[in-house]
Design a protein around this ligand. Structure first.
Ligand SMILES: Cc1ncc(COP(=O)(O)O)c(C=O)c1O
Length: 427
């Protein structure tokens, strides 16, 4: 079955971040179903989803309660626009999110992908200053190794990586200071904030962990300090929690661990438990109020997407929050993270082919020593994992482990053992 499906796929489907000429050789799996921690392929083989389907799945696949919430909403209405109108599902979701997001008196602007939520955030920050009569605050402070998505705006805030530097001529400039892997990143960022606050619209960070560049982790107190300096200077703080939101770091949001209240937070990926595409830009009341004014005036935020506030996505997201709260799932993450750390210490740390393990909560990057062309070792190790029934995908030579929040100890153990076997096999 597998080969036939792959043949049909390569004839018509174009996969992102994938060289299609070698797609067939990269041991792609063809998923036809899923259950809990497993994805099931067309030959009924099960794969442990160790990357949470690209960091989105939080409480497992095919959860009855989420499926039911989706189904109930589908039978009411699948979509109606949020431009100038509203729907009950999005109102209920916004009220539920209000209880958990670390933003003061929050307001919610919805979109479908993480990149779109970042795009909205940067446009909101830019227009905020114009709306309050200040025209020169239009640049952004961003970090080396940051990643915020692939639209031109979010790409501009991010540091070029994964071959995206080809788009550099399309990007706008930002003031860029070193990322979390640099010892003096905080000092350098503060220097630039202080030197440029008159021209800065916002500082954009991935709080606590720069995920996509390879899981580089900052001390929470450093993030607290950066945000304090920026907010004291009146600079808007945009926290991109697309990857860290909804429990991955051991708290609902990384901002909670850093004890910060960003002015704007971007959420996506795990918002709907990873079931449906929905993202949101959350802004504090101070920002929101700057957009209030006369009808048809320039104060309005002239931005919106066709599927913004989709009620089916909203129903899934609301049920997801209910389950997280009822079953205290986020509260269980720190002990799972400790178990995962022990497993990594026992089975991976000793391997001479591993140069570093970086972990925060249930987000892990295992950096491999270079073997041949950069990226090749990561690719080969993950292919071996897939052969052994564990789905992994590397970031260059960093193997990412991103278990669902409700993986059992047995699942975590298997994931780490298979990684150890695969590293040994490849090297
Ligand atoms: C921190 C961060 N921001 C934004 C994005 C982009 O999200 P999406 O792929 O949903 O556009 C990602 C994706 O990995 C991310 O990690």
């Amino acid at each position: 079955m597998h080969d036939q499906w792959i043949k049909r796929d390569v004839k018509r489907v174009w996969h992102g971040f994938t060289q299609m000429s070698v797609f067939e050789e990269m041991s792609p799996i063809v998923v036809q179903a899923a259950e809990g921690p497993y994805l099931i392929d067309v030959d009924d083989k099960k794969y442990l989803d160790a990357i949470s389907s690209l960091w989105v799945t939080t409480i497992g696949h095919n959860n009855n309660e989420i499926n039911e919430a989706i189904s109930i909403q589908v039978n009411k209405v699948c979509h109606s626009t949020l431009l100038g109108n509203t729907n009950t599902a999005i109102i209920e979701l916004s009220e539920a999110l209000t209880e958990i997001v670390p933003v003061v008196d929050p307001h919610f602007l919805y979109a479908s992908d993480g990149a779109a939520s970042v795009e909205q955030a940067l446009k909101i920050a830019f227009q905020y200053w114009l709306n309050i009569g200040i025209s020169q605050r239009s640049t952004f402070l961003t970090l080396t190794s940051g990643y915020h998505g692939d639209t031109i705006g979010s790409l501009s805030l991010g540091d070029s990586g994964f071959g995206t530097s080809i788009f550099d001529p399309l990007k706008f400039n930002t003031i860029r200071t070193p990322g979390y892997s640099s010892e003096n990143w905080l000092y350098r960022a503060i220097l630039e904030l202080e030197a440029n606050y008159n021209s800065l619209a916002a500082v954009v960070i991935e709080p606590l962990v720069q995920g996509a560049s390879g899981m580089y982790i900052a001390d929470p107190l450093q993030i607290t300090e950066l945000v304090k300096v920026a907010q004291d200077l009146g600079i808007i703080v945009i926290a991109d929690e697309v990857a860290t939101g909804f429990g991955r770091t051991g708290s609902y949001f990384a901002s909670d661990l850093c004890n910060i209240k960003p002015d704007i937070i971007c959420l996506g990926k795990g918002l709907t438990a990873g079931y449906l595409p929905m993202s949101v830009t959350v802004v504090s009341n101070r920002i929101y109020e700057a957009f209030l004014g006369k009808d048809l005036s320039q104060k309005t935020f002239y931005h919106g997407h066709s599927f913004s506030g989709n009620p089916v996505c909203a129903a899934a997201a609301k049920k997801h929050i209910e389950i997280l709260q009822r079953d205290k799932i986020v509260e269980s993450v720190p002990s799972k993270a400790r178990f995962l750390k022990n497993e990594l210490d026992r089975k991976i740390k000793k391997l001479t082919e591993v140069s570093e393990i970086r972990q925060i909560g249930l987000m892990v990057g295992v950096e491999l020593k270079l073997k041949g062309e950069p990226g090749l070792a990561g690719r080969k190790v993950c292919a071996e994992c897939v052969k052994r029934g564990v789905l992994m995908r590397p970031l260059g030579d960093v193997v990412v482990l991103m278990p669902h929040l409700n993986f059992t100890q047995e699942h975590i153990s298997k994931m780490v053992s298979v990684l150890a076997q695969s590293i040994s096999k490849v090297f």
